[in-house]
Design a protein around this ligand. Structure first.
Ligand SMILES: Nc1ncnc2c1ncn2[C@@H]1O[C@H](COP(=O)(O)OP(=O)(O)OP(=O)(O)O)[C@@H](O)[C@H]1O
Length: 302
């Protein structure tokens, strides 16, 4: 009898759209879904052995793992992924790739190193560097917290005085600050990359009330069935630069119409993209992951 592969989904809430879709897709693929709420896990190291207890019982081996961990629990998610990788599970995204892509500045550094163009962005830790950042980036200026998602922690300053005040506050609270040149397009393109292939894309447009095009900030999305090839190349290269097998790559146009990568999301929501494209992204993802898990040399990353 062939054993049914167990697929773990790391997610805080079963009722989240993407989590539900993935659980259903695992069942539809003939595998056995296991929902693991990260905060219910206990990791134990002893001599050269590692163990994971879920509730009070040791967890049975899983063939594959799908991380759906939010920004506040990136560290916990990465530690769990390191455990699973050590056990030989095929993880959709690795611990290192998750950590790198959740750091908004380090991830841009990795993109630049891979030859992917990004918006002009400043990172600094002292108020003494603030004025050079503000005068270099011009007005308006976008301030971003180093970690955040769904547009939270991304704000706009219209005047140098507002920018200085905002950056001083961030430096005081976070001991580091990141600021970016404002791109006036009001639209961005989200490209979904899975195992090195573009599988879906959508255009997101900011509402009249906000400069952010995130759907959580009132942005409107539409399908983009004919993604230009240069955008597809950039999206694939961006996912590869961060070591992500599954990624949502956000691209905006510069004033001179060059595509620039804003960020690469390691846990992109399936809700908006499935709604506007009508595609079964969850099913495609689970089938590809199970193929990867059963291949003779599953992709195991540090
Ligand atoms: N430099 C910029 N110029 C103009 N708009 C920007 C800029 N940076 C971000 N935005 C807008 O703000 C939105 C949120 O920014 P960003 O993607 O960096 O934040 P996030 O919180 O990580 O979002 P996500 O949940 O999509 O990962 C973008 O989708 C875009 O609409």
């Amino acid at each position: 009898m062939v054993a049914v592969p167990r697929v773990a989904i790391l997610s805080r809430h079963v009722e989240l759209y993407s989590t539900r879709r993935l659980l259903d897709a695992v069942v539809a693929a003939g595998a056995d879904p296991v929902l693991l709420q990260p905060e219910q896990c206990l990791l134990m190291l002893h001599d050269t052995q590692a163990a994971l207890y879920y509730g009070s019982s040791p967890l049975a081996p899983c063939a594959a793992v799908i991380p759906r961990v939010g920004t506040p629990i990136t560290n916990l998610g990465a530690r769990l992924l390191r455990y699973f990788a050590g056990e030989g599970s095929c993880c959709l995204n690795s611990a290192g790739a998750l950590e790198l892509s959740r750091d908004k500045f380090a991830s841009l550094q990795a993109l630049v190193a891979a030859g992917v163009a990004v918006p002009q962005t400043a990172y600094f830790t002292q108020a003494g560097q603030r004025d050079l950042a503000v005068s270099s980036l011009g007005m308006p200026l976008v301030q971003k917290l180093l970690s955040g998602s769904q547009g939270v922690g991304v704000s706009l300053a219209d005047t140098p005085a507002a920018a200085r005040g905002m950056l001083d506050t961030v430096l005081h609270l976070q001991h580091e600050a990141m600021a970016q040149r404002f791109l006036s397009g009001r639209q961005d393109i989200r490209v979904i990359v899975l195992f090195g292939k573009v599988i879906a894309a959508m255009r997101r447009e900011a509402s009249a009330e906000d400069f952010r095009s995130n759907l959580h900030c009132g942005g409107r999305a539409s399908a983009l069935p004919d993604l230009p090839e240069d955008f597809a190349v950039i999206a694939r290269r961006s996912a590869a630069a961060l070591g992500l097998s599954f990624a949502g790559v956000d691209i905006m146009l510069a004033e001179d119409q060059r595509p620039l990568v804003l960020e690469v999301n390691p846990v992109p929501s399936l809700e908006g993209i499935e709604a506007v494209t009508g595609q079964d992204i969850a099913g495609t993802l689970v089938k590809a992951l199970l193929r990867q898990a059963s291949s003779p040399s599953p992709q195991l990353q540090p």
